[in-house]
Design a protein around this ligand. Structure first.
Ligand code: NAP
Length: 259
């Protein structure tokens, strides 16, 4: 299927590994020129090289912390004109509702609420002027159903969901769509770290925790970052122009809900 995206340009934040990398791959396959970002130069360069070797698109990479104002300025300057924005960053640490300080909340809100909002505020005006744009925010299944040990994530991402619900309807008249994609458990470094933390808290092995969690997912396994990327690329497609302000759950059926 031709997604109608060849020659467009995308900024994919936090994309050296995991879900962001999966989205970058799918967009590169669709002919989209990319600006990639992550904090650590080594894996970022490797991903950029991998994509260059595989796809005939221009790849720029910027090693910077996207959750800081200075990092965002660096990334936005390198990206230039952006048709497709994919917001993403590392997730907040696990813990208990009673553990977190005011500063812990500020860090989570900065990373998973205020950073996506700042990036949208920076890039939406030019998309509106051009009459075409796509924004995908990688959020979490925790927006649909809270995850007990990820209260910081539950909080920050629900705020972003509210912002998008209103803003998506304000930019839709100009050919710009904003949608959120909500990953359930996917086999990335993040889930490995979370399973290790759960195992430590329970005195169990990480393998046992992973097996138990997989068994609780109707699909019987964790998701794949490349499949996740393909879903995001479709939401960026020309054909997806009538999808506005949606929250698309990609969780193998884990959340037991009718809607
Ligand atoms: P991951 O495998 O740990 O990859 C995270 C990526 O983000 C890496 O490229 C990392 O590179 C980059 N990154 C992290 N913090 C950054 C920052 N401040 N600035 C720029 N880049 C940054 O994580 P993932 O599984 O892909 O998860 C991506 C997002 O989806 C997270 O917010 C996570 O909470 C959420 N999520 C994941 C799952 C899942 O099961 N995997 C489920 C629900 C939600 P550097 O470390 O070098 O910066």
């Amino acid at each position: 299927m031709d997604l109608g995206l060849a020659g467009k340009s995308a900024l994919v934040c936090a994309s050296s590994r995991g879900l962001g990398r999966g989205v970058a791959m799918a967009l590169a396959e669709a002919g989209v020129n990319l600006t990639l970002n992550a904090r650590t130069p080594g894996p970022l360069d490797e991903t950029a090289q991998f994509l260059r070797s595989r796809y005939n698109v221009a790849i720029t990479s910027v090693a910077a912390d996207i959750t800081t104002q200075a990092g965002r300025a660096q990334v936005l300057a390198a990206a230039g004109s952006v048709d497709i924005l994919v917001t993403n960053a590392g997730g907040p640490p696990p813990g208990l509702w009673s553990d977190w300080s005011h500063d812990d909340f500020l860090r989570a809100l900065e990373a998973n609420l205020l950073t996506p909002i700042a990036l949208m505020q920076a890039l939406l005006p030019a998309m509106i002027d051009r009459g075409w744009g796509r924004v995908i925010n990688i959020t979490s299944q925790s927006v649909k159903a809270p995850i007990a040990q990820l209260g910081l994530s539950n909080t920050a991402r629900s705020g972003l969901t509210g912002f998008v619900a209103g803003t998506a309807r304000q930019v839709a008249p100009f050919g710009v769509t904003i949608n959120n994609v909500l990953p359930g458990a996917h086999a990335t470094d993040r889930i490995t770290q979370l399973d290790a933390a759960t195992a430590k808290a329970e005195g169990a092995s990480a393998e046992a925790v992973t097996a138990r969690k997989m068994a609780a997912i109707p699909a019987g396994r964790y998701g794949d970052a490349v499949d996740f990327g393909a879903i995001c690329a479709f939401l960026c497609s020309d054909q997806a122009k009538f999808m506005v302000g949606q929250n698309i759950l990609v969780d193998g059926g884990a959340i037991n809900a009718t809607l």
